[in-house]
Design a protein around this ligand. Structure first.
Ligand code: GDP
Ligand code: CA
Length: 326
């Protein structure tokens, strides 16, 4: 059984950790006992150069979460983290005061940058970093190219992280641009991981700047559309609001309402040119599930709040059930 997940940072990582736990106890085809191969295709649109090092926030959130090193409450970064280096850099008036690099986290960026400088592509570098973290999945950056999301504001383009972290997404966004997309192709293995998957999962990740950025890469949409397995999505929007973060500002910028229903329609149904075969929403959106079901969607509602690993396991197990229900 091959499962491929298209992930951003915290939402995708928590879901994937739940998926691993759900798979440990059973498989959706009912065979039980054996484990599935999980590939995670990670967004790289949030990546940036800072102090001369390559920072890949979503890859790192996945690696730390699945590898047991994440700061649980925060959802990203390392547990037991300190910030001496970035505080000291600030004394030189360097860097951005709104973006802190933890000391332990910085070691990851230094290691990544050294490996990139030796000529390895990001996918190979990520594989090397995962030798340490052993995330239990094959972790693939969506592309080896530098494709960075920038936000179109009234004052011009700014890097996504500046808009998200510094401005808390409060500066009105007129749209998103993937800088570097023109020459980019998916990383080796990405398209095959989609077409050959028995199941493709779009977890509760940001539909615009996480999943949406992966979907802009050439061939990715077609690979999902032609995937031999089914495609199940879990709504990141609960009761008309994001669970954490400012996905509502991202959706507004692309003209999509902040609701579980609108995000489902934005992804679309695979039998009518979209991406999804099934859509899992929160209990708060049970009425949405009913509406979509009346139109022929395969949907279900459950508690989708991933407050801890057992809760995330329940979400993943329910998504697996929904995906394999005839
Ligand atoms: P980021 O890169 O760290 O922003 O993380 P992702 O793109 O993977 O996920 C962000 C999205 O996940 C946000 O839109 C949240 O609303 C959603 N999300 C986070 N936690 C949960 C949760 O527990 N349940 C659900 N349904 N969505 C969640
Ligand atoms: Ca992210």
């Amino acid at each position: 059984m091959k499962i491929t997940v298209l992930s951003g940072g915290v939402g995708g990582a928590r879901f994937t950790r739940g998926l691993q736990a759900a798979l440990r106890t059973r498989l959706p085809d009912g065979s039980g006992g054996t484990t599935a191969d999980v590939t995670v295709v990670a967004n790289v649109g949030d990546d940036m150069w800072l102090h001369g090092v390559r920072v890949c926030p979503d890859l790192d959130t996945l690696m730390y979460t699945l590898g047991g090193g994440v700061h649980e409450e925060q959802g990203w970064g390392r547990r037991d983290e300190t910030r001496r280096t970035s505080d000291d850099l600030a004394a030189y008036g360097l860097g951005w005061e709104w973006f802190t690099l933890g000391d332990l986290d910085l070691a990851t960026h230094l290691a990544r940058t050294e490996l990139l400088s030796s000529g390895l592509p990001l996918s190979a570098v990520t594989e090397r970093l995962c030798e340490r973290w052993k995330p239990g999945v094959r972790l693939l950056p969506a592309t080896d190219h530098e494709v960075e999301t920038h936000v179109q504001t009234a004052d011009g383009l700014i890097h996504f992280e500046e808009w998200w972290v510094r401005h808390r997404a409060a500066l009105p966004a007129l749209g998103f641009v993937q800088v570097g997309l023109d020459d980019a192709v998916p990383a080796p293995g990405v398209l095959a991981a989609l077409t050959d998957a028995d199941l493709v999962v779009i977890p509760p990740s940001n539909p615009v700047v996480s999943v949406g950025t992966i979907l802009t890469l050439p061939g990715v949409r077609d690979a999902i559309r032609s995937a031999r397995g089914s495609v199940v999505g879990v709504s990141p929007i609960v009761g008309g609001a994001p669970v954490r973060g400012m996905a509502d500002a991202c959706l507004t910028a692309i003209g999509v309402e902040t609701s579980a229903e609108a995000v489902a329609r934005h992804y679309g149904r695979r039998d009518s040119g979209g991406l999804l075969d099934a859509w899992l929403v929160d209990d708060a959106d049970a009425a949405t599930a009913a509406t979509l079901r009346d139109e022929g969607w395969r949907t279900a509602a459950t508690d989708t709040l991933m407050v801890d690993v057992p809760a995330a396991t329940h979400v993943a197990a329910t998504a697996l059930d929904l995906a394999t229900r005839a």
